[in-house]
Design a protein around this ligand. Structure first.
Ligand code: PSZ
Length: 493
């Protein structure tokens, strides 16, 4: 059977409207899920320790937490090398959209056309398959942020951001040239020795606590932890403060509005400073919820004002939805919660979208070929899987489920915050994209580690936060298990 025969196109309206969820479908997909975690050994167990030792003889592997048994992992449950079964509330740093071994994904390559798309991997910028334009429309453009009708595919989140920056710089220089599209001989020769005017001074602004990746351009905009940046040369690009709110939000409205104002004033000042030192801010990148940096939120009003500021100053606005995108906040794109009056200029994605890439306004399409380019430029087989993921999201109304499960999680976390005020505060987030703070970093780390021994994989971010990043198939019943085991863990501390 051909791919186009078995899947349906997702229309934007379908994703946004609450259609009734096909519980039966979801139940079938998850029927082999265990009913609860099952921890048989110490964590990490003996086999895990052996594997870690072996891997460490080949590479620096100390970041490895567990080795997965991907034959046995299923739905929301992760099975490790020692046979321990964990409820996964972290999902490979937020990048498993519909759980492990979803049947709709397992069957994707039963189809000969799809196998050939997998095996014959094209250099997409030069020899794409006959069905590539249609596939892009049917899959990626069917969930495009409103008003962004262009898309480029890439390999990972970092290179999606990196290439969005390049598109911004090309657009900015294009404006300075006043529409001239050819280059001067001086530009051509100076760029070959990394000098202006061919390699001009320009910058991308980012925010304290932001994370945008680890390739060189992206790394210059990453501001979450020194360990990401140490020893690597960086561009002189500006950083501005991002709001740090007090919680609960409804009790600190005045303080938090003041915080928005403080940050916005600094953004405007820094743009002026960089213009004066002849390093103009051409673009700005921001996460709708700062994720690696500690799950810091900005209000809709903050983002609306930020966009106005960008428009006034001629700065392109890039929204980094690598971690927030594809549904966990209850909307396909988190920034949709902000009611921006006009679309942002770019939305970058990866993780749950399975392919990296960026959506952009057509004004940002470079006038020349080969300028935003690399060999693979993504991988069509990832779009085959993504098409199926989007199909499941729509059929099972998983955006509605993220809201429903999110409410169970949020109210449970708020109750735990009341019960353990010395261990938990500042519950926040949207949908299942939630987090809370511990009072100190060592307490936070202890909670995460004990939670794992109790059968739940959770994630840390920033200095104090514990974040929830379950798959989109996390149901209220999984939320109850998470909350029970978190309560048990907090009692042990
Ligand atoms: O330590 C790391 O390299 C991590 S830990 C989590 C991430 C990276 N997240 C990746 C990420 C992201 O969360 C946002 C908001 N933007 C860009 C990236 C980079 O994506 P990758 O890792 O695919 O290059």
């Amino acid at each position: 059977m051909l791919l186009r025969g078995v899947t349906t196109t997702l229309s934007r309206s379908c994703l946004r409207s609450p259609v009734s969820r096909d519980i039966r479908g979801l139940a079938t997909a998850l029927q082999q899920e265990p009913s609860h975690p099952d921890i048989k050994t110490a964590v990490p167990g003996p086999r895990t320790k052996e594997l870690l030792k072996e891997l460490n003889t080949i590479q620096q592997a100390d970041s490895v937490q567990l080795f997965a048994d991907y034959d046995k992992s299923i739905g929301n449950y992760f099975v490790d090398a020692d046979g321990n079964v964990f409820l996964d509330a972290f999902t490979q740093i937020s990048s498993v959209p519909i759980g492990y071994n979803h049947p709709h994904l397992l069957s994707a390559f039963n189809d000969e056309h799809n196998v050939k798309a997998l095996v014959n991997r094209p250099a997409l910028g030069v020899f794409p398959a006959i069905d590539w334009p249609e596939r892009l429309k049917r899959v990626l453009l069917s969930v495009a942020p409103a008003g962004l009708d262009n898309v480029a595919t890439m390999m990972c989140g970092s290179c999606s951001n990196e290439n969005a920056y390049k598109a911004v710089f090309m657009w900015y220089r294009g404006k300075q040239r006043g529409g001239r599209v050819d280059f001067t001989p001086e530009e051509m020769s100076s760029c070959m020795v990394n000098q202006a005017p061919g390699s001009p001074q320009m910058s991308i602004m980012s925010f304290e606590g932001g994370f945008h990746g680890r390739t060189f351009g992206a790394l210059s905009t990453t501001r979450s932890k020194p360990i990401h940046k140490l020893d690597c040369p960086a561009f002189d690009w500006p950083v501005a403060p991002f709001p740090r709110y007090k919680y609960p939000l409804d009790q600190f409205q005045r303080e938090n509005q003041q915080e928005d104002k403080r940050c916005l004033e600094q953004v405007a000042d820094i743009i002026e400073q960089y213009a004066k030192k002849n390093n103009p801010v051409a673009g700005m990148i921001v996460e709708p919820i700062q994720s690696e940096g500690g799950d810091h939120e900005g209000s809709p009003e903050f983002f609306q004002a930020l966009q106005r500021l960008c428009q006034e100053k001629g700065v392109a606005l890039i929204i980094d939805e690598v971690q927030t995108g594809c549904g966990p906040t209850g909307k396909m794109w988190c920034y949709e919660h902000f009611n921006l009056p006009t679309p942002p200029d770019f939305v970058t994605f990866s993780k749950k979208m399975l392919t990296g890439g960026f959506y952009f306004r057509s004004e940002f399409k470079p006038p020349h070929a080969y300028r935003i380019f690399n060999t693979w430029m993504g991988d069509p087989s990832k779009l085959i899987l993504l098409e199926r993921v989007l199909d499941v999201i729509k059929k099972e109304n998983l955006l509605g489920l993220a809201n429903e499960t999110g409410q169970v999680l949020r109210s449970g976390l708020l109750n735990l915050e009341k019960e353990f005020p010395h261990l938990m505060n500042s519950v926040r987030g949207r949908g299942t994209f939630l987090s809370f703070n511990a009072p100190k970093t060592d307490v936070r780390d202890k909670i995460i580690s004990k939670l794992k021994q109790n059968g739940v994989i959770g994630g840390a971010c920033g200095e104090l936060a514990i974040r929830l990043r379950p798959a989109l198939v996390f149901q209220p019943k999984h939320a109850e298990i998470y909350l029970d085991l978190l309560r048990k863990t907090l009692k042990e501390i």
